[in-house]
Design a protein around this ligand. Structure first.
Ligand code: FES
Length: 266
């Protein structure tokens, strides 16, 4: 499909957002197709690292035909991305992945939950939910975001689209603890949860949602390596058998990254 071809994208701006976390806007035709929870593959130019790096889409600006990527530097590939300046071109592949099923929040109280570098993809999610028209509009959009410390990147932007609740590991802002602690302490009500973050956080959300009868959709994007089905580094166990391969496995990058929590064997 044409939307998944390699493309050149022009850097519009890049800056440091928090320690080790960069904020990059790219001009690309992908913007017209991009949905919250999807990602792109970004190619390093270094020949030793030919596979793209999967990076989630933080925000979409259709008018400027631009996407925003907020990424953490984790190795030589992402370190190279920090060097790009406005006017430079990067090679990207996309749009990739399935994205969050926003329609599941129609008429419901929806909570977007993010932890660490799982926070960025929830920004466009909160924005689209808050801007949705009847009949798919949720009755309430809340955001519960977990951070290590007072460096609560993007939290002010979440407050434009949702009621924001914060948890920090060191207790410097909001609830001391994790996102579930913040849900309880700040009495956040939910019918549906869209979440992205590290596996321990997603496991805790699945358990919490199950106990409370809340529908949860989890993005496992932190578990991806290449993002394009080439490395098999992203297999996860599922509760249902794949009817092609007859195994209880899914590839996060090609079958996800978003899954119904009930379908995941975590
Ligand atoms: Fe490489 Fe899925 S991340 S195959």
């Amino acid at each position: 499909m044409s939307v998944k071809m390699k493309k050149e994208a022009k850097v519009l701006s890049q800056g440091l957002l928090a320690e080790g976390i960069y904020d990059l806007w790219l001009e690309t035709e992908i913007a017209k197709d991009a949905c919250p929870g999807q990602f792109v593959g970004v190619y390093p130019t270094n020949k030793a690292t030919l596979l793209p790096r999967p990076i989630s889409i933080c925000e979409v600006d259709r008018e400027r035909s631009a996407i925003r990527l907020v990424y953490r530097v984790v190795g030589s590939g992402t370190a190279e991305f920090t060097l790009y300046q406005p006017g430079d071109y990067m090679t990207i592949l996309g749009v990739l992945g399935n994205g969050f099923p926003l329609v599941a929040a129609a008429g419901k109280k929806v909570v977007v939950m993010g932890g660490g570098i799982g926070v960025p993809p929830l920004l466009e999610t909160a924005k689209r939910l808050s801007e949705a028209d009847t009949p798919v509009k949720p009755v309430l959009v809340s955001a519960v975001m977990g951070y290590r410390n007072s460096d609560t990147f993007l939290s002010e932007e979440f407050s434009l689209y949702s009621q924001i609740h914060i948890a920090t590991e060191d207790g410097s802002v909001g609830t001391k603890g994790n996102v579930i602690d913040a849900m309880r302490e700040q009495n956040v009500e939910a019918d549906v949860i869209f979440a992205c973050g590290p596996m321990p956080m997603l496991r805790a959300i699945k358990e919490y949602a199950q106990a409370k009868g809340i529908k949860a959709y989890l993005s496992l994007e932190e578990r991806m390596a290449c993002g394009v089905g080439a490395c098999l580094g992203c297999i996860c166990k599922t509760t249902r058998e794949d009817h092609h391969s007859h195994v209880n496995n899914a590839r996060i990058c090609t079958d996800g990254p978003v899954f119904d929590a009930e379908d995941l064997d975590m």
